[in-house]
Design a protein around this ligand. Sequence first.
Ligand SMILES: Cc1cc2nc3c(=O)[nH]c(=O)nc-3n(C[C@H](O)[C@H](O)[C@H](O)COP(=O)(O)OP(=O)(O)OC[C@H]3O[C@@H](n4cnc5c(N)ncnc54)[C@H](O)[C@@H]3O)c2cc1C
Length: 417
Amino acid sequence: MRIGIAGAGTAGLATAWLLDPCHETVVLEGRGDLGGNARTVQVRVGDRALCLDLGVHEVSDQFPLWSRLVRSVGLGPDPLLSVPASRTLQHPGGTRPYLVGPHTPDADRDREVVLGPAWEALGRLGREASRWEEEDLGGEVTVAEAGDWSTLADGMENDVVHALPASVFGCGTHDVAGLAARGVGGFFAAPQPSPSEAAPMQSLKGGTQELARALAGRLSAAEVHLRAPLHRLEAHGDRFAMVEASGRRHLVDAVVLAVPAYAAAAALQSLAGCTGLRAALGAFTYQELVYAAHLDPFGMPEDRRHWSTTNVTVHDGWSESTTWYGPGHHAEVFVSQVTHRGTPRHEVARAAFHAPLPTPAAHRARRRLAERREEGLYFAGAYTRALDSQEDAVASAVDVARALAPESPRLAQLTNS
Ligand SMILES: Cc1cc2nc3c(=O)[nH]c(=O)nc-3n(C[C@H](O)[C@H](O)[C@H](O)COP(=O)(O)OP(=O)(O)OC[C@H]3O[C@@H](n4cnc5c(N)ncnc54)[C@H](O)[C@@H]3O)c2cc1C
């Protein structure tokens, strides 16, 4: 078959890789580059060229499909970097952060850990989130309904339970209470944290876009078109025409929409019988997030002894992070969310993204998408699953490959542990 794939993010490219060479594929990507939310920029710092991730930058070491995919595409013998997931939480202008979590191995020998009520709140969030997972709490129950936060010290519900998810999803801290507990908890489920040790996260040494490029480079029966946004789908007998914004058409036997929900809804505009589908896709809400890479310590605590890998500033109903590249890359380089705050003095790159919010309405829409049965039309992308993560983007591609190419050797390679 000839299969059209819209979107060359992790989900679209993993789908193309899994279908190759069982089927011919034609991939249409709207931007001028591969990777979607995985966007790596090269920055010169002194005599070094560093790969900085503006969007996707870390993955859990509990992501089995993603890890197997990285191994399968052959990114070199040792492509991963382990980084301590240490966290600092602060208010702007505060003389001292109210949380400086452990960081191992120590970034600085005289690092000062600050625990106290925020540490207790972080532990509670992790334990509650683990319980939500164990009890398989449905997507209808909100963060406010799922946990009793009243016994936390003053301010900790906002500054920890709401602020941390707000910095992940880009929403206001006041929006978090209404998000689906299960969708939020997936990012924070953890046993009681150790006061002396930070959990490790991993990242790709060459940046996360490296995976996208490697996937595209391993395609043998595919056409990949950049700057080729899918404008609409048309029925063409029992086939589909994928019509680009430029008017160029591609005839295919099946279509995989691996674009954000709003772009999928727009592409279905002129396809008969898709009103319910478009309504479901319209129920996903997205939040804008702007990231900047910079060389000055914008967003970092004043006292270097309080620096962590991730430094979250809670301000004016928002909460925004600054990632320090010191721990993994030994470089004084930072990547900050700057959607609602000022601009770093020495900015070297910037990019804007849209992140889907895990709302109860999105959960219901996801169920409707999974239940629908349109011949030849498939949906992939992290938003089609409970968590917006690299693992879920790959898992969504696996679901499509199971339907379209169950005999794919690459599918077997990825799913047989
Ligand atoms: C800022 C940010 C940071 C993140 N950080 C992490 C992280 O550290 N770790 C993690 O696991 N997850 C992270 N995520 C979640 C991330 O979204 C997923 O990990 C994953 O990258 C999603 O892949 P995707 O292919 O589903 O979607 P996307 O990456 O959004 O890819 C969709 C692609 O479709 C293209 N497109 C859109 N419209 C059209 C059209 N009409 N025609 C053709 N192409 C189109 C887009 O240009 C894009 O390339 C982050 C998300 C954001 C927004």
